[in-house]
Design a binder for this molecule. Structure first.
Ligand code: SF4
Length: 491
């Protein structure tokens, strides 16, 4: 029988139905604490910063009786026993939670629990795993960036590019932050690492290293979030980068483009970005902004305005690096909705989705490599090729790998094996670095029973084996004792 003879008359639905969606700024006056806030206040970055939610009392004052006590108790327990990041949510982000109010037959509390932005910005205890809250191989500095510091805060992991962590703060703190070791205030669970040097000395040391390193052409200027730097200091640092002949790409990392777009809409910031972009263009350097948006709900007209302002100021591009998380965006539909909102609505280029890293207490967010591969397959073919994001596993001691680049995979124990084609900054004299296989671990609760049983038997001993030389080096660099690390692991 030919294929045409079995074709149904009515066209079948596509797995994903694209439709153009107009961006909407949710009405903040639906929230009791914002009832009297004017549009002028909302647009004012100082008002936004002054009204961030930093604790449960402030959240209660904002939400009033909309949310039940059980939610606040759940959040409080998480803050005390699990949270690796302190609470800091700008009004702009709070306003994208439950943007149109609860759905039919849902209460505010249920809608708040179900909300993807709330999920990672205000994590609660009941959503964390109780079987394996942390993977036995989870570490505070899961990417071992400190091991690769060539100057304080300057990570040289790849041959041609570096990461400059200019500051340890952000206008918003994400529950899953990869740099939880360094970024933000200490929590009851995590004492944060502190920079030793004064900012001015740290920046001098970074610039000095880059002047001496002609092989480096690409600098990610990050933190933290560069929106928390006084703009004149950021401008001065970027201007010094622009003076270094070998630097050809500069990327400014700021989630605030979404979380606090009011910052990037300020006149002095726009004017300063225009000055930097003009010099960058004249010197043939690509100056871009990289932001971090995880769900379509976060893409509002103000985010589009801030992006437009930056593109008009002359930056070459604004790109998004989201994080793939269960409960936030881990379906093809959620990822594609986000990519189209970014691309159609805001002019932001979808670029990467990172798998959530193996930090403590992140197991409920993480997905397996197999699932990440399925998601990559699910989003292919809908977006233009240049805007189809790659889903990336940031493999410890390797770097970013596309999820289909695995060398080998034990999908029962959830161990994937990866190789690399360059030496990182700490392997310049290691003859075996390019032949070694590096491991990455799926969340244990996603494994078949045989795999889970293996981890129950071997997990705790693997913990201490995992106090391997590599992890030990990381902990020592972070000034953390083995006992402290073990305290994060399941008993
Ligand atoms: S904005 Fe980035 S650096 Fe800051 S808390 Fe969120 S993930 Fe971490």
């Amino acid at each position: 029988m030919s294929q045409t003879s079995v074709r149904p008359d009515a066209a079948l639905e596509q797995p994903y139905a694209y439709r153009r969606v107009e961006l909407v700024e949710p009405d903040w006056r639906r929230l009791p604490g914002f009832r009297d806030v004017t549009a002028a206040e909302w647009a004012d970055v100082q008002w936004q910063r002054a009204h961030c939610v930093k604790n449960i009392k402030q959240l209660r004052a904002l939400m009033g009786d909309l949310v039940d006590d059980r939610f606040y108790a759940d959040l409080e327990r998480d803050q005390a026993e699990r949270a690796t990041m302190s609470m800091l949510v700008p009004p702009q982000m709070v306003n994208t939670m439950v943007p149109t109010g609860p759905a039919d037959s849902q209460t505010w509390t249920e809608a708040f629990y179900a909300d993807p932005v709330r999920n990672y910005m205000l994590p609660v205890f009941s959503e964390r795993r109780t079987d394996w809250p942390s993977h036995p191989h989870a570490t505070r500095d899961s990417l071992h960036e400190h091991d690769m510091w060539v100057a304080e805060g300057l990570t040289h992991r790849y041959p041609t590019k570096v990461l400059a962590e200019l500051l340890p703060t952000c206008p918003q703190y994400c529950g899953h932050c990869t740099r939880m070791d360094l970024v933000g205030n200490s929590t009851p669970v995590i004492d944060k690492l502190k920079f030793d040097l004064k900012p001015v000395d740290r920046y001098d040391a970074m610039i000095d290293y880059l002047r001496r390193s002609p092989g480096v052409r690409d600098v990610v200027v990050s933190g933290g979030d560069v929106a928390n730097m006084p703009f004149k200091n950021l401008e001065a640092f970027v201007a010094r980068l622009l003076d270094i002949e070998n630097i050809r790409d500069i990327r400014l990392a700021t989630k605030a483009l979404m979380g606090l777009p009011q910052h990037w809409l300020q006149d002095d910031v726009r004017a300063g970005m225009e000055r930097l972009s003009t010099v960058a263009r004249a010197r043939g350097v690509h100056l871009a902004i990289h932001t971090h948006v995880n769900n379509a709900a976060s893409v509002t007209p103000l985010v589009a305005d801030a992006t437009k302002a930056m593109l008009e100021a002359g930056v070459r591009d604004v790109r998004n690096q989201g994080v793939l998380m269960q409960g936030v965006n881990a379906t093809p539909k959620d990822l594609l909705d986000l990519c189209f909102a970014l691309l159609d609505g805001a002019g932001i280029m979808p670029y990467y989705f990172y798998m959530c890293d193996m930090i403590p207490f992140s197991e409920h967010w993480r997905v397996s490599v197999k699932e990440a591969q399925r998601l990559q397959h699910g989003i292919m073919g809908y977006l233009p090729g240049f805007a189809t994001p790659r889903i990336i596993c940031d493999v410890p001691f390797v770097g970013k790998r596309w999820v289909h680049q695995i060398e080998d995979y034990d999908d029962v124990r959830g161990i994937s094996y990866w190789t690399k084609n360059y030496r990182t900054g700490i392997e310049s004299t290691d003859p075996d670095a390019l032949d070694r296989r590096y491991e990455y671990y799926d969340p244990i609760h996603t494994l078949p029973e045989a795999g889970q049983a293996w981890w129950r038997e071997h997990g705790p001993s693997v913990d201490h084996a995992a106090a391997s030389d590599r992890a030990k080096a990381s902990r020592t660099a972070a000034g953390e004792s083995v006992e402290e690390q073990s305290a994060l692991l399941p008993s």
